[in-house]
Write a protein that binds this ligand. Structure first.
Ligand code: ZN
Length: 138
């Protein structure tokens, strides 16, 4: 069995952002030369997510509103976590959207269902954050 590891570094311009990282995962898969196996993609930070969904801008605005209803950024003092930090909402949003995704690799390609794309969800951005891509198979 072969294994392949790669890190992506992502720095968003705003505090919250959704980025389609499917092209970077496909590039890593080509680099790995693995034809059959699994790819794990996970955020390496506890205020960011990796998830699979549709690349549709209306849906992304809906995610933003949905998450702001469940865990609003402000007022900062509503959260016990926000003593020295202001990112309690980002921890909660990450927990809702998840840490990672796993995708099957078949014939050297990501074996997606219809419209599936891999997203990085940033909830406390404007600094370098890392995403891990780990591929195993043969
Ligand atoms: Zn924090």
């Amino acid at each position: 069995m072969k294994s392949f590891r790669k890190e992506l570094t992502i720095r968003t311009k705003s505090r919250r952002e959704f980025i389609n990282i499917t092209p970077q995962v496909e590039a890593a898969l080509r680099e790995s030369k693995i034809q059959e196996g699994l790819v794990l993609v996970n955020a390496m930070h506890i205020t960011a997510s990796v998830f699979i969904n549709d690349d549709e801008s209306g849906l992304h605005r809906d995610f933003e509103r949905f998450l702001e209803k469940l865990a609003p950024e402000k007022p900062y003092d509503q959260y016990d976590h926000n003593g020295y930090e202001d990112n309690a909402d980002a921890h909660l949003k990450r927990t809702i959207m998840g840490r990672e995704c796993v995708c099957a690799i078949t014939n050297g390609r990501l074996d997606f269902g219809p419209w599936e794309q891999i997203f990085y969800g940033e909830f406390d951005g404007k600094r370098d954050k890392r995403v891990l891509i780990k591929i195993i198979g043969e």
